[in-house]
Design a protein around this ligand. Sequence first.
Ligand code: COA
Length: 315
Amino acid sequence: MKIIGTGSVLPKKIVTNDMLSEFLDTSDEWISTRTGVRSRHVISDERLEDMATEAALKALDSAGMKAADLDYIICSNVVNEYITPQLSCIIQGGIGATCPCIDINCACAGFIYALQIAESFNIAGTVRNVLIVCAEEPTRMTDWSDRRTCVLFGDGVGAAVLTEGSNIRGFRMSASSATDKLWQYRTLQPTPYITKEEKDVPLQMKGQDVFKFAVKASSTDITRLLKDNGLKASDVDHVLLHQANIRIINAIRDFLGLEDDKFPSNIADHGNSSSSSCPILLDECSRKGLFKPGDRIVMSAFGAGFVSGAVLLEW
Ligand code: COA
């Protein structure tokens, strides 16, 4: 397939590091040097499903495609206010599409997994036009009195429209179960038969383990992807990494031995917006005119699970 349109929407509320240090024992200096984040967009009175619908319409508009022409909608989402129905069905109604749709939860790697699903459906001959929407509000998962987690995240939606073509050149995906490293637990409705102890637990993270996994998984995925395609790292024009921590990005950059200007980044203004981070960055770079036809782009993301994935695109 090929990506022919992108769109993104951010919540209007911007929270700076200094605003966080008003109620947390933290500082702009600590957060910006350890993570690269200076501010983030945080959901306040918006609803994620409305932002997702708006981003989908922007992506369709930039693709010059009507919702009626879509054959499938894939929504990547970790949490939202609905347990059911799936967010993709809400987006389908919001944009006036009639095609089948599906939600996936692959944490921060959701955009890459969604691209691979779209590509596989297309190869199977079942779809021509696909809308991917990554809609995330990770700021609703963290404990806002926990300085180790809540400072990292921001919310937002990124979307992409794909049609038949040969822009996507290959994938490398991985999963390795490590469920104690990054997790959140929420209780469901009680029943007369529940006897086990249950309580809500906000996002828990073993930061250094996640950091090491992220660098290793992304470096391995990208190395394998390049080898599959007979390319060297220097043959790649742009590397769009999941925006989790600027030190993770820099470690992967050093592993690949590439110049800094091949790694566009928006982490300073967005923080980690989970699976939305890659498509928001793609949309921003594309609208700024960063990509020329024929540019080789690698995107790579990693997240809770652990899961990871990388894709090679030719723009
Ligand atoms: N402000 C000030 N101090 C903080 C802080 C904050 N926001 N967060 C943690 N600290 C403190 C810790 O309490 C600790 O203090 P102590 O030594 O007195 O116990 C100290 O800073 C060092 O903590 P540590 O966890 O070792 O820091 P770190 O250098 O590993 O950085 C992360 C922490 C979370 C920034 C880093 O591990 C990371 O980015 N990990 C990956 C996270 C990630 O990407 N998650 C999502 C993946 S999709």
